[in-house]
Design a protein around this ligand. Structure first.
Ligand code: CTP
Ligand code: MG
Length: 232
């Protein structure tokens, strides 16, 4: 299969409320590098990468620009301001992408343990179907709650997956999805849900639980442990 040119969007503009602390999550250091740098170094190893756009907060724009210059001296890159919600940050980045064709990958800055081969599998499936999302099978039984925390449904765990990133799409498809979401003021908890709403086909690619999102203090402790064990 021809490798289509890949643009990478990294949302890094969150405030990390659930983790707490003064430094935003992407800029915390693990094994001598920021979490954002570790994530970027994974994508540097993926073939076909042509452009990188990072959304971040005003006070981290210069630092992020220097980081991109260091890691990707030969690529097009941009740093853009983040928005109120993750989806707003990604929209700002999407508006900067120069290529109208090829693939767009969205990857959380705070998933530095993603495996390069899993990214590549996801690229291949996205090129084939329109969209692909790394995911793992749900480990716990998932309940749907109603009012007063009453359980109203227990979906069959066999069909339940936890979506991760990267989420990769044909450029035209993710643009259409974001235009539709803007027009109807729709917010989704991931990018795939927006693409699904415009009828795009998105497939799951089984990844690994190592690709967890650093969200809570326990996640950061696990990340520090894995970094010390040479997992980065
Ligand atoms: N993100 C962003 N813009 C926002 C919110 C989040 O770019 N307005 C980014 C985060 O920096 C992170 C990724 O989206 O890399 C995943 O979001 P999450 O883990 O929820 O990070 P935060 O929003 O920072 O954390 P919290 O929800 O606990 O505040
Ligand atoms: Mg958040």
């Amino acid at each position: 299969m021809d490798k289509q040119q890949l643009a990478l969007i990294i949302p890094a503009a969150g405030s990390g409320e659930r983790l707490g602390g003064s430094v935003p999550k992407p800029y915390i250091e693990l094994a001598g590098k920021t979490i954002l740098e570790h994530s970027l170094l994974k994508f540097k190893q993926v073939s076909g990468l042509g452009e990188v756009i990072i959304s971040t907060s005003e006070s981290y724009m210069d630092q992020t620009e220097s980081l991109l210059e260091k890691i990707f001296p030969d690529l097009n890159f941009y740093v853009v301001a983040g928005g109120r919600q993750r989806q707003d940050s990604i929209r700002n980045a999407l508006n900067k992408i120069s290529g109208k064709t090829g693939l767009v990958a969205v990857h959380d800055a705070v998933r530095p343990f993603v495996a390069v081969e899993d990214i590549e599998k996801c690229v291949e499936e996205a090129a084939r179907w329109g969209g692909a999302v790394l995911a793992i099978k749900a480990k716990d039984t998932i309940k749907v709650s109603g009012t007063d925390l009453e359980i109203v449904q227990t979906p069959d765990r066999k069909n339940l997956w936890q979506a991760q990133t990267p989420q990769i799409f044909w450029a035209a498809l993710i643009r259409e999805a974001y235009e539709y979401a803007d027009k109807y003021n729709i917010y989704g908890s991931d990018d795939s849900s927006l693409v699904e709403q415009v009828g795009g086909k998105v497939v799951l690619v089984e990844g690994s639980d190592k690709n967890f999102k650093i969200t809570y203090p326990l996640d950061l402790k696990i990340a520090e442990f894995l970094a010390k064990s040479g997992e980065l």
